[in-house]
Design a protein around this ligand. Structure first.
Ligand code: FMN
Length: 204
């Protein structure tokens, strides 16, 4: 029997070793210390096309995600996520929302909705949330001001929900652009490690 938790993190930052990446590493290191198997995916390294709004994936019935006709890295990433017990979604705040690479990824999640022609709004195929998620965001502005001004946390939670995950923690790191290599503070590090541990625990 294999009880090992699998955790997949999606990095929507353009900067490897930047604030979002560093915080995600803290989370994953804490999860790994609890025995979890962790994978980190940098969206910038992947071939992900824009959703063309062809609606082909949304016509298909059933609980399973609809098949997208675009042949790129998206289906492999989604397979990896579907085989995971928990996910981490992280993005800096750019112009008030997630980065363009993260948004491009999120738009492709429409395959998790059923939306045939003639229906006004998409319906999430599977509302069961058997996975857990942690959402990470960063901004140049102080966190409390940034959080008031943005809908990106809700957007990342929505993405987690489409991927079958309930968000159990949000880490919003403000003052993330003061230096070229902005170090993360001790409180952020502690919170990241606590959330990483929580993600890896087998108790729901
Ligand atoms: C194009 C661009 C737009 C940005 N827009 C905002 C913004 O609207 N609000 C803000 O607080 N910070 C903004 N920033 C700062 C980034 O949020 C900050 O550099 C980032 O959170 C650092 O994370 P990283 O180290 O993972 O790249 C912007 C940065 C860039 C490059």
């Amino acid at each position: 029997m294999n009880n090992q938790m699998r955790i997949t993190a999606i990095v929507g930052s353009y900067r490897k070793g930047g604030v979002v990446d560093t915080v995600i590493d803290e989370i994953l290191n804490a999860s790994r210390a609890e025995g979890a198997e962790v994978t980190k995916i940098y969206l910038v390294d992947k071939h992900i096309e824009f959703c063309t709004n062809c609606r082909s994936c949304t016509q298909q019935k059933g609980k399973k995600r609809g098949e997208c006709p675009i042949a790129d890295d998206m289906s492999t990433i989604l397979d990896e996520i579907e085989q995971s017990d928990a996910i981490v979604l992280g993005s800096p705040m750019n112009f008030g929302t997630v980065t363009a690479v993260m948004k491009r990824f999120i738009e492709r999640l429409i395959c998790f909705a059923y939306w045939p022609w003639g229906m006004n709004a998409p319906k999430q195929r599977n509302k069961r949330k058997e996975k857990r998620a942690v959402v990470v965001a960063s901004s140049a502005a102080p966190a409390f001001i940034a959080r008031l001004s943005t809908q990106m946390v809700g957007l990342l939670k929505k993405a987690a929900s489409l991927l079958g995950a309930k968000t159990i923690g949000v880490l919003f790191i403000g003052l993330a652009a003061g230096k070229q290599q902005q170090p993360i503070g001790e409180r952020t590090r502690k919170k990241a490690r606590r959330l990483g541990k929580k993600l890896a625990s087998t108790h729901h």
